[in-house]
Each structure stands twice: as C-alpha cells, then as structure tokens.
Design a protein around this ligand. Sequence first.
Ligand code: HSE
Length: 325
Amino acid sequence: MNCEWKDRRVTVKVPASTANLGPGFDTLGMALSLYSWIEMSAAEQTSFRFYGGHMEGLPQDKTNLIYQIAQIVFEEAGVSVPELDIAMYSDIPLARGLGSSATAIIGALAAANALIGSPLTEDRLFQIATKLEGHPDNVGASLFGGIVVSAWDGERAEYVRLVPPPKLETLVAIPSFQLSTSKARHALPAQLALADAVFNVGSSSLLVAAFATGRLDLIRHAMRDRIHQPYRAPLIPGMSAILEEAAEYGALGAALSGAGPTLIAFVEQGSPDSQRLERFLLETLGKEGIQAETLWLKPAEEGPVIQIEQVGQPSTFMDRIKGEV
Ligand code: HSE
C-alpha cells in the first residue's frame, strides 16, 4: 500500500434509532442516545474484534456486513482497500427495533468514507444506506441525528431533519426476545383500506407538524396508527394495552419501536409520572410472561461522530471509546 490513508485509523460513534413513531411507517425516524462504535483501518490481513454482549454469532470473515459495506464505498470512490482491521462495540441490542442494523450500515459507510478522505457526500451515503436497508427511516435518523422525515421512491430518498423538542425524552421497554424485521414485515397485509391509509396520512402529518412546532400536547392524538401496529400486535403480547393506556400513566404517546419488539413511550422531561409509567410497561409485559429491560433515552442530536488518528498509538480500542461506554 502506498496511500495517504494507509496509516489512518477511523473511529465512528453512531446513534441507535426508533422508526415509524407510530403512524410514519417507513418514513419517520428519531435518533436515540444509545450507541455503537466502529473502528476501521487498512491492514495486511482482514481481522475483526467485537466487544460487548450484543454481537454473538456475527460473521468474522469477509461476509461480514461492515466489511462488505466498506467495499461498496471503496468501489464507488475508485479506491482499493481489500484488507481491513475492524473493531466494534455496541450498546444496541440486536433485532429489538432499535435500528442496530442501520447503525452498522451507517457506521460502516461513515468509517470507510472517512478512511479514504471522505470522497462521498453525506447525501450519497444516505442513498446507499436507504437502498441497502430497503427504507430510509432508521438509516436517516442514524446518519443525520434528530427527527428525520423522509420519502423514498425506490430511486432517491429526500429528507428533512427536525430538531427534537427540547423537553422530549423517551422510555423504551426492550423485551428479552428477538423479533426479526422480516418476520414483523410478513405480518403486514399486502393491501390496505383507503380509510386506514387516510387515517395514517392525517396522523403522520399531524405528528410531524407537532414536532416541528413543539406541540407536545398533540402527540398522543397524532401517534395513532392503523397500518402496521394492529397487524404486529399478536407478535408482541401486551403491546396493545401499552399503546392504548400509556397516556393514562403519563406518556405523551407510545408506539412500537420500528418493527419491534421494543415499545417506546414519549415523555415530557421532569414528568412526575415517570416511575409509574415504567412500572406500567414492565408489569403489562410481565403479565404476558415477557421479561423486559427499560431505558430512559434522549433524542440524539447528532449523527456519526468521527475521530481520525494515526495507527500505532499505544491505546486500545476500548481505551479510545472508554468514558463513553
Ligand atoms: N419501518 C421499518 C418497519 C423499521 O417497521 O418494518 C424496521 O426496520
């Protein structure tokens, strides 16, 4: 290798995300303050180091998603970097509806692009990520941070990023079981009644307007959905009761997070009901025999945070991200 990037090491921190926000199926996303870190450098031989408990069973050869996505960037930029050293640590549980695959896609794109001097624009990364994921909601949120409203026609995705209302926070209840996105998508009907489509256009539009103007009082009304959550409810026992009753326990609104099984409640910061709401979520799932972990998360304002160093510093990957984990 004889390139300026051969001694470069890139570390990228990427936020998780919640998609749909109720009615905005495949359209709305919000970045959350839960993160993955990916580190990448050119190497003599490809190797992988995975840290933390959420990555068991991921391939450690060139079939690995991060490796393959990096190669897409290099190919598009006309650069050859066949061998990579890749390290990853994640606090985002897999297959729970918190966008773990989207963070891996965005982390890999951002790291590979930064490694070779950022020849691809952010828009180009968004287009590639949307095509890879099949919808723009999670990848848009992880790439741009904040609340992302996007529309994809199968060719191009357009988006507008909104700054989340400052007093907004979220409570997620993460069931201990995994639910694959493909299984949760197979539960959906091929066709919808016009009245249900109209209901969702209204709700989703109102929700975007409520976020844009800080009308937290409208969220409860605007988060209702008739096109995906009712069909997915049998896969997540307890979900219907949580969506119907969360507002009585102090939530501004509640939704299935992405394709589930995580449930997300939006809450106004400083709410006196926060412990009552947390108990309600855990007890409702518990009654169905579902163990769950709760986390309070803020909307994440930023997309990937990129750090570039020279290879050969004495610190380890975990040292470099320590303090944040
Ligand atoms: N919008 C997607 C869905 C998010 O609900 O299936 C999950 O990737």
